[in-house]
Unconditional design. Structure first.
Length: 151
C-alpha cells in the first residue's frame, strides 16, 4: 500500500514537471519525460510514434503561443507493479503570438507509464479535448471528444 502511494505521487510529479517544462517552452525537457519508443495522440485520433517526433510536434505547437499556463489536477492513477495508467484533467491558458488574445483549453489526458531505470516514463500519451474558449478555427469540432461519459 505504501509503495502504491509513493508510485502514485511519483507519477503525479511526472506531469507536474511535464507542464512546468511546457510552460517554460522547453519542448526537449518536456519530451524527456516520455519513453524513446512512446506513442502519442494529441486530439486528432492519429497515433504517432517516438519521443523525437513528439518533441518536434511540441516545439511547433508552442511556437504559436507567447506564454502558456497549465494546471493539472484530478489524478486517477492505477499502478500494477512497474506499469501504470493515469487520467488527469488540464486547464491550459495560452496567449496567442499572432494577435495577443487569450485562448483556453480544457482537456483530459490519459497516459500509460512504465517504471524504467530513469524512473517513471510515459509510454503512451493521449490528449482528449473537452472544450475551449474561444473556439479556434484551426481545431475542428470533432477533436473535442469531451469526457467519455458524456461524449
Amino acid at each position: 500500500m505504501v509503495q502504491e502511494l509513493l508510485d502514485q505521487r511519483a507519477i503525479e510529479q511526472v506531469f507536474v514537471r511535464y507542464f512546468d517544462r511546457v510552460d517554460a517552452k522547453d519542448h526537449e525537457g518536456a519530451a524527456a519525460l516520455f519513453a524513446e519508443d512512446c506513442e502519442f495522440d494529441i486530439m486528432t485520433g492519429q497515433v504517432v510514434l517516438g519521443r523525437e517526433r513528439y518533441a518536434r510536434l511540441l516545439r511547433a505547437v508552442l511556437a504559436q503561443y507567447g506564454a502558456t499556463s497549465h494546471a493539472v489536477s484530478n489524478f486517477l492513477i492505477r499502478v500494477d507493479g512497474d506499469v501504470a495508467h493515469s487520467v488527469a484533467y488540464v486547464h491550459a491558458v495560452h496567449r496567442m503570438v499572432e494577435d495577443g488574445r487569450i485562448w483556453q483549453l480544457w482537456a483530459r489526458i490519459e497516459d500509460d507509464l512504465e517504471r524504467r531505470d530513469e524512473g517513471w516514463v510515459v509510454t503512451r500519451h493521449t490528449l482528449h479535448g473537452v472544450d475551449s474558449e474561444p473556439a479556434w478555427d484551426a481545431i475542428p469540432n470533432k477533436w473535442y471528444g469531451g469526457h467519455p461519459a458524456i461524449s
